[in-house]
Design a protein around this ligand. Structure first.
Ligand SMILES: Cc1ncc(COP(=O)(O)O)c(C=O)c1O
Length: 441
């Protein structure tokens, strides 16, 4: 028997669109939002207004009621349980409001704001990003997505035929394709060691990387968290090992930054690319690119335009006209994160993982395909319903229960990838587990 039949009619999605249009209009005229239960009065919410946040997002409150109020900051389609943050994040209403207001400001005087009027605001966002990741503002470029960051890295290097770059078998196409097109096609060798789906220790992974190194190795390009099953790779340990041998380390942090607390200085990698529209809850098409000061000289901008002689990291984001409202919206997203607390978000990510895994471990037909150790996974878990094809499981979840997940067939995972972002509550997990039990039969 189905737990609950949720029919996603065209009507319900149309309603959402209408709601969002209304929402935009309201934010524009700065009217009060009402009817958001347990949440802030979002129209009066300024993301950096501590007074509002002291009332509702108290740092010492870790109750489910608190997390329900965090959830209320996000507006999903009716009846949708969004366990698919790994594909794309959602902006909390404060970020939507602020970004919409920035769009209105820009459209009221386009030339002023696009060409210098927001320089200070842009630098303030860079500083917020730098503070969030514990690095200098001179090490942060504000780009568009992780794919761009990995292209920038792979295209920059002047490698010779026979030089080697290490990318494990699980790397995302956003790294594999740039390294293939810009380097392998001219004779650079991409070394692809295999990492098991369920490694037991950090040391085991570092040893696989170390064994793949030869005197020809120039760069290791690695994900921080693998997109298929959420496995977290030991960036710090690999960087320490690689640097001793003069090898640079480039990291794709799309599925890590924002999910758990990251100190880029301590991670020690040379480059780190992040899509802010996933786990940082920023507007779409905004990203963070970190380059360690001492490694910046390796990089060449993907795009050159006026100002290209700038020697600072800003030369990597020199696009001429660009999406400034979304860029400033990243500042609001970081305010939102800081108002909750990045450590608190990190702890919550692990708590949701544990809550989920404890229940799943007790159900024989549900098979976790993500390493258990907290050093090896966090808020992305991939799960197989034994005896069922993942495509039909994913379809049942969305069609009958309104639960959005991502099917993962690669590496024989045959599992749905489940993401536990901060708008997921324990009640949502109970609902998901009940649905999975019913599907498993
Ligand atoms: C690990 C990883 N890297 C890169 C990307 C690409 O992200 P974007 O499209 O924002 O560049 C994704 C997207 O899901 C990802 O999971």
């Amino acid at each position: 028997m189905q737990l609950q039949y949720v029919l996603f009619t065209k009507h319900s999605f149309k309603d959402t669109t209408t709601t969002m249009k209304k929402l935009y209009r309201r934010s524009f005229v700065k009217q009060l939002f009402t009817g958001v239960s347990g949440a802030l009065l979002l129209s009066s919410y300024k993301s950096n207004d501590p007074q509002n946040l002291n009332i509702n997002l108290k740092v010492d409150d870790n109750s489910e009621a608190f997390w329900e109020s965090v959830k209320a900051q996000f507006k999903f389609a009716p009846n949708l349980r969004y366990f698919n943050n790994g594909s794309l994040g959602s902006c909390p209403l404060s970020v939507q409001n602020d970004t919409n207001a920035y769009r209105a400001t820009l459209d009221a005087f386009p030339s002023k704001y696009m060409w210098g009027g927001w320089n200070d605001e842009k630098e303030a966002v860079r500083q917020k990003v730098a503070d969030l990741f514990s690095v200098s503002n001179e090490e942060i470029a504000l780009t568009h997505n992780t794919t761009e960051g990995m292209n920038l890295i792979a295209k920059s290097f002047d490698l010779a035929p026979g030089d080697e770059v290490i990318l494990i078998n699980h790397e995302h196409k956003s790294s594999v394709i740039p390294w293939t097109v810009f380097q392998a096609e001219k004779g650079v060798i991409l070394v692809r060691p295999v990492i098991p789906i369920l490694p037991k220790t950090v040391e085991e992974i570092v040893a696989i990387y170390e064994a793949a190194i030869t005197p020809k190795t120039k760069v290791i390009s690695m994900c921080h968290s693998i997109n298929t099953n959420g496995m977290v790779l030991p960036v710090k340990e690999v960087s320490e090992m690689a640097h001793k041998k003069g090898i640079l380390v480039a990291v794709d942090g799309a599925q890590a930054a924002g999910m758990f607390d990251i100190n880029l200085k301590e991670l020690k990698c040379d480059f780190y690319a992040v899509s802010a529209h996933k786990w940082l809850f920023a507007p779409k098409g905004i990203a963070v690119f970190y380059a360690k000061k001492s490694s910046q000289n390796y990089l060449k901008p993907l795009i050159v335009a006026k100002g290209y002689k700038d020697q600072s990291i800003r030369r990597l984001e020199n696009y001429n006209t660009r999406n400034l409202p979304e860029l400033l919206g990243l500042g609001s997203a970081i305010d939102f994160i800081n108002n909750i607390g990045k450590e608190k978000i990190s702890n919550r990510s692990y708590a949701l993982k544990h809550y989920f895994r404890e229940q799943i471990n007790a159900i024989p037909k549900l098979n976790l395909k993500t390493p258990e150790d907290d050093r090896l996974s966090c808020a992305i878990q991939t799960l197989e319903v034994v005896g069922k094809n993942v495509v039909s499981v994913q379809k049942e979840l969305i069609d009958y229960y309104g639960i959005d997940t991502r099917p993962m067939s690669a590496y024989e995972l045959n599992g749905v990838r489940i993401s536990f972002a901060i708008f997921i509550t324990k009640k949502d997990i109970d609902y998901l587990v009940d649905a999975l039990k019913t599907i498993a039969g």
